[in-house]
Ligand binder design. Structure first.
Ligand code: ATP
Ligand code: MG
Length: 417
């Protein structure tokens, strides 16, 4: 019997460890077995940090979670319909789930769920490396439950499904498989690769929401492009969208995004815009529809074709800052940021950056009210004056409130505007 108690004690921060041990003790008092499962066990074995902890309870996880939360600071959220609870303290959260078995009535459908034991609960999981549990019961703390050879696959760097129907049951596992393979530097096991190729088309039956969720998780990886390359080579990228390409262009530009952000991870939307940058209008439209993007992401994506059409205007000789501003003011900063990384023209890049860093924040110091006090009546003329004033600000012709006032007085005296 393998025991990973030492790993758990070494790699979990003390306050989280105390909570996990308390859950085991409460479970023992209630005659319920409690296990740490899934990604946390995998990452503890790999000595990789992971504070996304899942506990499985053989029995009522909700009652145990309530008892655990009693007298402790933190927030408990329960989902009685699913038999799950989340207890969160400042920086981390602990999910507690009732052990269950799942069966699929038809491919890509949502599963039928029944209460079960730990073996059944592990069998519903995606890959052997994610289908291990470690007891947190006092007396057998850290004992590894590994019915499907997860530890062996972890040692051999393999991502392996638990049975032949796995991808049929849940085609989102295709994306999960490639994500783990690329994140961990593993390989898809031989039969798993065959099954993945055989069943990936069933992904077309998965809802847009579920598919988008997988895409969002890929974009959170350190190097998302690796997942897309591999998906392309496996012939499954087309199930995300037929017009997407996973070639070197993506890696080069994602790299630029990372460099531009220093040590910070680029925002998911930035990667998304770069991914969609080369799609034509039709493909972009169907990509947005298929993946049911939220309003914000959809707006940023739909801005790509119009921004692309505006870019040649930025090469004009002698274009003033106000000209740059007018070309870009209706576009989304995230889309413009992507254009900075994608354009081959140094001049265009420089002007896009000028807009992002400065021009988009420019405001006149004088307001309509101020102009009113200077004798300007509300209406078209005032609008024209404010616009002219902003243009002067954008072009650096005025820099202070006093200079603005002077300029307006000059215009009024000359009858301009
Ligand atoms: P990550 O580090 O990416 O969060 P994880 O292993 O923690 O990896 P989660 O998506 O947080 O993955 O899910 C937790 C666990 O639930 C997984 O380890 C796996 O056992 C199981 N699981 C999640 N999604 C599926 C799925 N689609 N099919 C089967 N099991 C799944
Ligand atoms: Mg997780």
């Amino acid at each position: 019997m393998i025991n990973i108690g030492k790993n758990i004690e070494t790699y979990l921060p003390p306050e989280i460890l105390a909570l996990v041990k308390a859950a085991g003790e409460i479970g023992a008092a209630r005659c319920q077995k409690v296990y740490l499962v899934g990604g946390a066990v995998r990452d503890l074995l790999l000595k990789r940090p992971n504070l996304d902890l899942d506990l499985v309870v053989e029995g009522d996880a909700l009652a145990l979670a309530r008892q655990l939360a009693k007298g402790r600071d933190g927030k408990l959220v329960t989902h009685p319909r699913f038999g799950t609870a989340t207890f969160s303290q400042d920086a981390f959260s602990l999910d507690l789930v009732t052990a269950r078995s799942e069966t699929y009535a038809e491919p890509a459908a949502l599963p039928t769920v029944k209460q079960g034991n730990i073996q059944e609960d592990l069998f519903r999981r995606d890959f052997s490396i994610n289908a291990m549990a470690a007891s947190v019961e006092p007396g057998r703390f850290g004992d590894l439950v590994d019915p499907y050879g997860g530890k062996n696959d972890l040692d051999r760097h393999l991502v392996r499904v638990l049975h032949q129907r796995s991808f049929k049951d849940d085609p989102t596992r295709v994306w999960r498989a490639i994500r783990y393979e690329q994140r961990l530097g593993f390989r898809l096991e031989f039969d798993t690769t065959g099954l993945l190729r055989r069943d990936s088309a069933i992904m077309d039956r998965v809802s847009g929401d579920r598919l988008r969720h997988e895409l969002e998780r890929i974009l959170e990886e350190d190097c998302p492009e690796k997942v897309f390359y591999r998906a392309e080579r496996l012939g499954v990228l087309r199930h995300l969208h037929p017009a997407l390409e996973g070639n070197g262009w993506l890696g080069e530009h994602f790299d630029r995004a990372r460099e531009a952000r220093g040590s910070l991870k680029p925002d998911g939307n930035l990667y998304l815009v770069m991914m969609a940058w080369r799609l034509d209008d039709e493909a972009l439209k169907s990509f947005v529809e298929r993946l049911k993007f939220g309003a914000e992401a959809a707006r940023v994506l739909k801005d790509i074709p119009t921004l692309k059409r505006a870019l040649p205007g930025l090469t004009a000789v002698g274009l003033k800052p106000s000209g740059v501003y007018y070309l870009l003011e209706r576009h989304r900063p995230e889309t413009i940021q992507a254009a900075v990384l994608v354009t081959d023209s140094a001049l265009v890049r420089q002007r896009l950056e000028l807009y992002l860093s400065t021009l988009r924040f420019v405001e006149t110091s004088l307001s309509g009210d101020d102009l009113k006090k200077m004798g300007v009546a509300e209406g078209k003329r005032m609008g024209a004056l404010l616009k002219a004033l902003k243009e002067a600000r954008l072009n650096g012709e005025v820099k202070t409130r006093e200079a603005e006032r002077k300029l307006v007085r000059k215009w009024l005296a000359k009858g301009i505007c």
